[in-house]
Design a binder for this molecule. Sequence first.
Ligand code: SF4
Length: 241
Amino acid sequence: MRDKLTPKAETALTNLEPRTSRVDETLKNELSKQGIFTTTLQELYNWGRTSSLWPLNFGLACCAIEMIATTMARYDLARFGAEVFRPSPRQADLMIVAGTVTKKMAPQVVRLYNQMPEPKYVISMGACAISGGPFKQGYNVLKGIDRYIPVDVYIPGCPPRPEALIDAFMSLQKKIDAQQLTGENRPRHLNAGEPSEFVVPSFGAHDLEPARNPAVWNAPLVQIAPLGQISQTGNDGTGKN
Ligand code: SF4
């Protein structure tokens, strides 16, 4: 086989680093011209995950109508291999938190997340799911689902249009595609030290207890600036409270 390689492919093959995690692109291109398809386990694994994002079938409020519209003929979410909304968390990869998360519903959302197998992802869709939205000051609304579970992609808007949800899908696919399976930056589900289930809040005397999951969310730092101005810096740099 090697006798039939072009000089360019021969050079690329010679220069290939032993134990490299990625196939040299030049070599890959030259080999593909000769009908040889090469890939790595990491690319194959990431391709499988990006191409089969099956969402959990549930919605919480008006944003869910936009999510439903995304699956219909006009926007056709099936193009992303994601049309198979699953009725069971055991068969789902992706939780789309679409709508207002009331404090009555929050424990159920966290419980459903815990019941999903790894690898699993979360899209927080709309102002309500991100921060409480127009109901932020309400006594009965959670100020963001990221207080209890880790969120991969946030979609702003009230409501976000189907195009925004499709954009979030593509952002999540890019994120998965860039993940390394080994090393410091490997994804959460490949790190044995990272939890895959989080505390389910319950009702205490006055509010949900605990009020947040410190493993995924902490209150932003508040700094008193000169001249009496208050500036806020979020723990993730967003300034969100
Ligand atoms: S963000 Fe707006 S559209 Fe979405 S659930 Fe909240 S109020 Fe409804």
